[in-house]
Design a protein around this ligand. Structure first.
Ligand code: B12
Length: 445
C-alpha cells in the first residue's frame, strides 16, 4: 500500500517538512509499504494539488498537522474529497488533541492519536487485506463514526525506530535535522509536550535514543550525502547531564560539523556548556518566555529566577556559542507591566538574537483548558488563524491593541540590537534590506 503524506505550507515554506511522516515512512517501508510526500505551497491551486496526487497512484493520504496548518489543511482535504475518492488520515499534534473536530470535517476518515509508526503500519495492512474498518480495531487509530480508540504503549527503546526517511524532509546544503528524544520531563503549561504526557497518562512516553544510535544515523547520512551542520530538534537537548556528556565525547570524536540545540537554563551547567562548545555546538536556543517571575512561576510553571537566565546567557556567550532567546506575550493573567519586564530582561540578557511570539493556546495544553474555562477562548477558535502574530484570546488584563503595540516594540528592539551590533559595518542599502527583513518576519508571525 502507498501513503502520500501531505505537508501544508501556510504563509511561508519552512526549511524542513514535518519529521513525523519521515519517521512513519521509514518504519512502514521496512514492512513492505510505500510512502511519498507532497508539499503544498501557499500559492498552489486545488487543480495543481489534484494533478500532483493523481500522478502518485496512492491508496491513502496522510495529513500531518500542527494547529497552524489546520485551517488550510481542512480546506485542502475537503477540496480533494470533492474530486477524488481516496481515504485520508490526519496525524500530528493538532489531530491528536482536537480529534473530534477533525473527524467531523469532510475529507478525513481517520485520526491518529499520538505516535504513528506502528499504528499506520497496521492500518495499511488492514486496508491491503480489505478488512472492515468501521470499528476501532487498531490502537491509536480513530475511525470516523467509531468511539475513541485505545492508546498503545510507546515504542521502546526508541532505537527500534529506523532512521528518518530523508527523502521526505526537504533538507538542503548538508543541513540535517535529528531527533534524539520523545517527550520532555518538564511541565510547562503552554507546551504540547506536557499534553502528550497527559495523553499517555504516565512518564513512559519520555524516551531517548542511545548516543551510539544517534551517531550511527549521522554516519549513515554521510554515506549518502553530506553533513555540514546538524540541527537537533529535541525540545530540551540538555535534559540529561550524563547523556549530554557521553554525546559530546562521541560527537567530537566521530562527527566534525557544527550543531545547534534547544536548551533550558534549569538543565545546564557551565561545564556542560563548555563541553558542548568543544564538541561543535554553535548555537543554543533558550526558552525564556517572560521576564516576569510571576508569569513564569504562576502561569507557565517555570519558576527559574531572572538571575539564572543572566548567568547562563553569560556562560553560553563566553563559551563562544551564539545564543537566541524565545519570548511569548499575551498570556492569560499577563499585564502590560509583565511585558515591560520581558523587554527589560531582554536588554540584560543581550542575546545574539531573539524571537517573540504572541501566545496561542494549543489544544491539549493546560493553558488551553484554562483559557476555555475562564471564557478567554472564543467559541469559533478553530476557524480563526493560528499564528504567532495576533492573539485569538479575549483577555481581561490585556487588549488586542496592547499586544499589537508590544509586538511592534519587540520588532523595534530586535532591529535596534542588530543595528547597534552591525550597523557601522553596513552600507545604507544593506541597512534598508535588514529593516525590510525584520518587518517582513514580524508580519509573517
Ligand atoms: C521540529 C519542530 C518543528 C520544525 C519541524 C516541524 C514538524 N512538524 O516536524 C519547524 C522548525 C519547522 C517547526 C515549526 C513550527 N512549530 Co514546531 N516543533 C518541532 C518539535 C520541537 C519537534 C517535532 C518532532 O520532530 N517530533 C518528533 C516526531 C517523530 O514526532 P511528531 O511530529 O509528533 O510525529 C509523530 C506523531 O505526531 C504522528 N504523526 C505526525 N504526523 C503524522 C501524520 C500522519 C498522517 C499520521 C498518521 C501520524 C502523524 O506520528 C509521528 C511519529 O510517531 C515539536 C515539539 C515536539 N516534541 O513534538 C514542535 C511543535 C510540533 N511545533 C509547534 C509549533 C507551535 C510550531 C510553530 C507554529 C512555531 C512558530 N512559532 O512559528 C511552527 C509551525 C510549523 C508548521 N508547519 O505549522 C508545536 C505545535 C503545537 C500544535 N498543536 O500545533 C509543537 C508541538 C511545540 C510546542 N511548543 O508545543 N517545528
Amino acid at each position: 500500500m502507498k501513503i502520500l503524506f501531505i505537508e501544508i505550507d501556510t504563509v511561508r515554506k519552512w526549511a524542513l517538512a514535518s519529521t513525523g511522516p519521515a519517521s512513519i515512512a521509514s518504519y512502514i517501508r521496512l514492512h513492505g509499504h510505500e510512502a511519498a510526500l507532497l508539499r503544498i505551497r501557499p500559492e498552489d491551486s486545488v487543480e495543481e494539488i489534484i494533478r500532483s496526487i493523481e500522478k502518485e497512484a496512492v491508496d491513502i493520504l496522510g495529513f500531518s498537522l500542527t494547529t497552524r496548518q489546520w485551517r488550510r489543511g481542512a480546506y485542502v482535504a475537503g477540496e480533494i474529497r470533492k474530486r477524488l475518492n481516496i481515504p485520508a488520515i490526519a496525524g500530528g499534534l493538532h489531530p491528536t488533541f482536537a480529534p473530534e473536530s477533525v473527524l467531523r470535517t469532510d475529507g478525513f476518515d481517520y485520526v491518529c492519536l499520538g505516535d504513528g509508526e506502528e499504528a499506520v503500519c497496521e492500518l495499511l495492512d488492514c486496508l491491503e487485506k480489505s478488512e472492515e474498518m468501521s470499528e476501532n480495531r487498531i490502537a491509536n487509530i480513530w475511525v470516523k463514526g467509531a468511539s475513541r480508540p485505545e492508546i498503545r504503549p510507546p515504542t521502546t527503546p526508541l532505537d527500534k525506530i529506523p532512521f528518518l526517511a530523508r527523502d521526505l524532509l526537504d533538507e538542503q546544503y548538508g543541513v540535517v535535522h535529528l531527533i534524539t528524544q520523545r517527550g520532555c520531563p518538564f511541565h510547562c503549561t503552554f507546551c504540547a509536550a506536557g499534553a502528550v504526557r497527559d495523553l499517555y497518562k504516565d512518564d513512559r512516553y519520555q524516551r531517548r535514543r542511545t548516543v551510539e544510535d544517534v551517531v550511527q544515523e549521522l554516519h549513515s547520512i554521510k554515506q549518502e550525502s553530506s553533513v555540514n551542520y546538524v540541527v537537533f530538534v529535541d525540545d530540551t537537548f540538555t535534559a540529561n547531564k550524563a547523556w549530554v556528556r557521553e554525546f559530546c565525547r562521541a560527537y567530537a570524536k566521530e562527527i566534525s560539523a557544527g550543531f545547534s540545540i534547544n536548551a533550558r537554563v534549569e538543565t545546564v551547567t557551565r561545564d556542560m556548556i563548555n563541553r558542548l562548545a568543544e564538541a561543535g555546538c554553535r548555537h543554543m536556543i533558550y526558552g525564556v518566555e517572560s521576564g516576569s517571575i510571576r508569569i513564569r512561576r504562576d502561569i507557565m510553571n517555570r519558576p527559574a529566577e531572572n538571575k539564572r537566565f543572566v548567568e547562563v546567557f553569560d556562560w553560553t556567550k563566553q563559551a563562544g556559542i551564539m545564543v537566541t532567546a524565545n519570548y511569548m506575550i499575551g498570556l492569560p493573567g499577563e499585564t502590560v507591566d509583565d511585558i515591560e519586564q520581558t523587554l527589560e530582561l531582554n536588554e540584560k540578557l543581550e542575546p545574539d538574537d531573539f524571537a517573540y511570539f504572541v501566545f496561542y493556546p494549543y489544544p491539549g495544553t493546560r493553558l488551553f483548558h484554562l483559557c476555555r474555562e475562564k471564557g478567554f477562548l472564543p467559541e469559533n477558535w478553530l476557524e480563526l488563524p493560528a499564528n504567532n502574530r495576533q492573539s485569538i484570546l479575549n483577555l481581561p488584563d490585556l487588549t488586542k491593541e496592547d499586544i499589537e503595540h508590544y509586538y511592534h516594540k519587540f520588532t523595534e528592539a530586535r532591529e535596534r540590537a542588530y543595528m547597534n551590533r552591525y550597523g557601522d559595518a553596513l552600507s545604507e542599502e544593506a541597512k534598508a534590506l535588514a529593516r525590510e527583513t525584520f518587518a517582513e518576519n514580524a508580519a509573517v508571525g
